[in-house]
Design a binder for this molecule. Structure first.
Ligand SMILES: [Zn+2]
Length: 477
């Protein structure tokens, strides 16, 4: 047996990176967009025509044709000048190692060319969040390598023609041209990762696509990989009613052994997921991909509410599996019963909102207990007609996927479109400010969950047994 939630502490706990979060800061260009929208300058509407040509030396040659012109400097989103080579505009050489390009030529039509050494960047930076590598491929945060203005116009799109072996989470402009992707000028800052060096395996559900970068040794098991990804999409899609967000670019990094070490989701325009997957992992035992995909269906909250995001994914993962029959109801509850004690703290401990970043057990499992209590409370208030998933589907219906930054108030407002009003905000705030000092035995008794070692049996005469059955039974969309 492996300890399933030992995994994230390795990186998240050290504060090197997080298991989940948005690509870069929220774009600062939104306000300027309003101003630009009021100007009558139609030239903004012309899309930028960009090509990415991957080279065998782990470099990408980038050509940008800006037909409509732009009259502000263009920048790269980080101190990455040392990885930029041979930059020029209309044939004029640009300063070496610059990350901010002053290009007066571009007031009219211009062509900018430069080479980005993504291999050197991935090795030098070596941070999962920003730029790193797996065997035979690298990934780089989009704004780090794609020149863009600090201020732009929402009517301007960039169309990127991708050569072979480049994978992005950006939408294709059409089914017939999958290698031409589009991003709004304002959203360049939100491109999570671009993968170089390998083509993608494509798996689609609900018109959403996962583009998976599958290196050796996984590449020798293509059908198994596709099945695992499709099944994970089905599990998550069945909980939310449909797969919540796409396209997803998924990078798999092999790790020795039979455990998954770590997973990370970066939402933005589409989403990117990187999983450090055990080479000998039995994929049906994996929980990380489902966990990461559950994050896609819920907005990004202010950082202090991370316990809600992690609590949701942690609580839902085993239950969503039991609903589609991937595991039994008893196995789902046994899993929750075995791990939830990790979330319980003694009196006088920090509140859930004040839980330190490194105290991931408390944050994940304390959060999971609150989500279970929220599920029960919704059922109590609706005579078991609605549950947590209905509240979450309402959030998703209101546009609250992982690429959006919402406040807790916005989340509650969306939930209250379906669940009874007037208590949820106070409920979440109360738990945010309280320590997770729960009496789990009493909760299990109420729900009729009897724990016997690693197994559970059910007492259907318990007062909340009907809630428990509804929570974990299979359900049509
Ligand atoms: Zn997570």
């Amino acid at each position: 047996m492996f300890d399933r939630h030992r995994v994230p502490v390795l990186l998240c706990g050290l504060g090197l990176t997080s298991c989940h979060g948005n690509a870069g800061p929220a774009p600062v260009t939104r306000d300027s967009a309003k101003v630009a929208r009021e100007t009558a300058d139609e030239s903004w509407k012309q899309p930028w025509n960009v090509s990415f040509d991957a080279r065998p030396d782990e470099k990408v040659a980038i050509t940008m044709n800006i037909a409509g012109g732009i009259d502000v400097p263009l920048v790269l989103g980080g101190a990455v000048g040392e990885f930029v080579e041979d930059a020029e505009v209309n044939g004029r050489k640009l300063e070496k190692n610059a990350t901010s390009f002053d290009v007066p030529e571009c007031k009219k039509a211009c062509t900018i060319r430069y080479v980005f050494a993504h291999g050197r960047a991935a090795t030098a930076i070596g941070d999962t969040d920003t730029a790193s590598r797996g065997p035979g491929f690298t990934w780089v945060n989009g704004p780090l390598l794609l020149l863009h203005p600090m201020h732009g116009d929402p009517r301007t799109n960039i169309e990127i023609h991708l050569s072979k072996d480049i994978v992005t989470p950006l939408p294709s402009i059409s089914e017939s041209e999958p290698n031409v992707v589009r991003v709004n000028l304002l959203d360049v800052e939100r491109i999570p990762y671009i993968f170089f060096g390998m083509g993608a395996r494509m798996v689609s559900r609900d018109k959403m696509t996962v583009r998976a970068v599958v290196p050796k040794p996984f590449a020798s098991r293509p059908e198994e990989m596709d099945r695992w990804i499709a099944r994970s999409m089905d599990i998550v899609g069945s909980y939310y009613g449909h797969f919540p967000m796409g396209p997803v670019a998924l990078g798999l990094v092999p790790e020795p052994g039979d455990e998954t070490r770590f997973g990370l989701t970066r939402p933005g325009v589409g989403a990117a997921i990187v999983i450090y997957l055990g080479e000998k992992m039995k994929l049906e035992d994996d929980w990380v991909l489902v966990h990461e995909m559950i994050h896609l269906g819920f907005p990004t909250l202010p950082r202090e509410y991370r316990w809600i995001e992690e609590g949701l994914a942690t609580y839902i993962e085993p239950l969503a599996k039991s609903r589609v029959g991937v595991q039994t109801e008893a196995a789902a509850w046994a899993d929750l019963a075995a791990h939830m004690p990790l979330g319980v703290v003694p009196k006088g401990s920090p509140s859930l909102g004040g839980t330190r970043h490194g105290a991931w057990r408390r944050m994940y499992w304390g959060g999971a207990i609150v989500m279970m209590l929220t599920d029960l409370e919704i059922r109590k208030r609706t005579e078991n007609k609605l549950g947590l998933e209905d509240a979450l589907r309402a959030v998703l219906d209101a546009g609250g996927n992982d690429g959006e930054h919402w406040t807790l108030e916005q989340v509650v407002q969306a939930m209250e479109r379906v669940v009874p009003k007037g208590w949820l905000l106070e409920w979440f705030k109360h738990h945010h400010e309280s320590a997770a000092t729960f009496d789990l035995d009493a909760i299990w008794k109420r729900m009729g969950v009897r724990i016997d070692g690693k197994n559970v049996t059910f007492d259907d005469r318990a007062p909340e047994a009907a809630f428990r059955r509804e929570i974990s039974r299979s359900r049509r969309n």
